[in-house]
Design a protein around this ligand. Sequence first.
Ligand SMILES: Cc1ncc(COP(=O)(O)O)c(C=O)c1O
Length: 381
Amino acid sequence: MNFPFESDIYSLRTPCYLVSEKALKHNMEILLSVRKRTGCKILLAQKAFSMYAAYPMMRPYIDGTTASGLYEAKLGHEEFGGETHVFSPAYKKEDMAELLKICDDIIFNSFSQWKLHRGTVKNSGRKVSCGIRCNPLYSEIDTDIYNPCFTGSRLGVTPENFESGELDGIEGLHFHTMCEQGADVLARTVPHIEKHFGGYIKQMKWVNLGGGHHITKAGYDVDLLCRTVDSIQQKYGVQVYLEPGEACALNAGWLVTEVLDIGKNGIEFAIVDTSAACHMPDVLEMPYRPEIIGAGKEGEKKFCYRLGGPTCLAGDIIGDYAFDEPLKAGDRLVFCDMAIYSMCKNNTFNGMPLPEIYLEKLDGTTESIKRFGYEDFKRRV
Ligand SMILES: Cc1ncc(COP(=O)(O)O)c(C=O)c1O
């Protein structure tokens, strides 16, 4: 479901992200229903969404957070609470000491990492559950940059490199092989997990099925997800974890921008006060074309423009969009689905300002959560 926002976009300072608690709550309710039906645990993958002003609202619905390293782990521990998990392809010794103070689960990407850090884990004096990330040699992702199982991937231990003699102290196995996919993909992946690692899962307390589950997308087969999770938990007697990022904040935010100038070079273009490179990097990385409220594709409406950012990068192009009326300087445009993999990936290339962050609360009021300025740019360079 796509929730509309209630804020007046002309009352906001641009560029800005506007995040809706109502939309987040909708996602959280779906995730809670999966937890209730299966007994699985669900963690927010903060790499996708780490706008912690919204954490208090989200907290009652899920079990905690997962992190990609020390900073996200600290944020999850300080601002979300519940369980704090972490996975990184490799940990520094000094970071491990810090992680051991705040994490409940630490997942290692290799047996060499596990062997390097297991002494520190044992001596930490805290009960921390350790796991190994595994690569089941199966995924259905076409874009290599998002495919953790592409040939030669550094992510996860392959079956031939699994050191079954080093499992003392390991309580869980972790698999992350999906990206924006349905429960059918998970159901087809599980037999590969079982084929290569089923024998070890029997010795484990938990199995983490990673992220990439598009659980809150309209049409997602929640029943199949629940059946798949149930079958693993029953067959192996383990606790299943899911750690979606995108599904937590899907369609829960917008990026509001202002048109600065209109020009022509064969086609008409508009320069806006937001940048694909700085404020929505996945548009260039994935790549994809974000929706704009009220706009269509070229040919669908009368007035078409190529939208680009005010940076020097020739390729800082957001896409081609058609409108009912001609655009003019001062017009505001609203990009959809901008809560995820956006503000946490922002940069200040060209000295671009970081977008202000607004939160539209459940009571309908809109609050400016963070406003950035020149000092934020200067501090980083
Ligand atoms: C290990 C791991 N867990 C969870 C996620 C979250 O994935 P998504 O936001 O697609 O659900 C990712 C994304 O890259 C990941 O690498």
